[in-house]
Design a protein around this ligand. Sequence first.
Ligand code: HEM
Ligand code: HEM
Length: 144
Amino acid sequence: MNWLPLHMSIGVTVIAMILLRLFWRVFTKVPVRPLPRPVRFAGALVHACLYVTILAVLITGWLGYRPMPFMPPARLFGSLPVPLAPTMGGLSARAFAVLHAKLVWLLLGLVGVHVLAALAHAALLRDGVMRGMSLGRPDVAPRE
Ligand code: HEM
Ligand code: HEM
């Protein structure tokens, strides 16, 4: 089975979702939590790393794509042709595909740290951070 077109269609959907999320994040007020400074700093750092790594995975995926010789090019959602990425910094598409795969491991590591931290907030610190994941209004004041 050729998994790449489905893989890229899901990846492009993730790009759309992450851009929408970043837009939302920039233009809405973020809840201020009464947490100790180092905890706030660690959270902000891991979240920033998550955003950067997700974007790096998506971009290197695109830079890593080259149609196979003598094969029809991959189509997104069964119809849209994938725009061919420019060559960057003298690196081959193969090199970007390898980087893409390595970055996925980094992303999985960060997600692991993030989920453990979320569990620590819920079970050890009991500071209400986990409630930020539930639907409805957060019980913290928005930043002005
Ligand atoms: C969150 C999104 C994505 C994840 C988690 C992801 C994950 C992966 C993984 C695990 C591999 C296999 C690497 C290996 O060979 O061991 C891979 C390969 C690849 N991905 Fe992605 N990917 C994502 C998005 C994308 C996007 C958006 C594109 C392109 C538009 C893309 C294009 C590719 C290409 C070209 C390969 C290499 C296939 C080959 O080895 O020839 N990926 N990806
Ligand atoms: C069991 C799975 C997960 C749990 C319980 C969880 C929990 C949370 C919680 C409670 C927050 C809010 C933190 C706050 O309000 O300060 C958060 C934010 C966040 N999560 Fe997760 N998460 C999970 C999975 C993931 C995954 C898989 C990703 C990415 C691949 C992710 C990326 C993020 C990012 C980027 C933020 C920061 C949002 C922002 O402030 O803009 N999370 N998560």
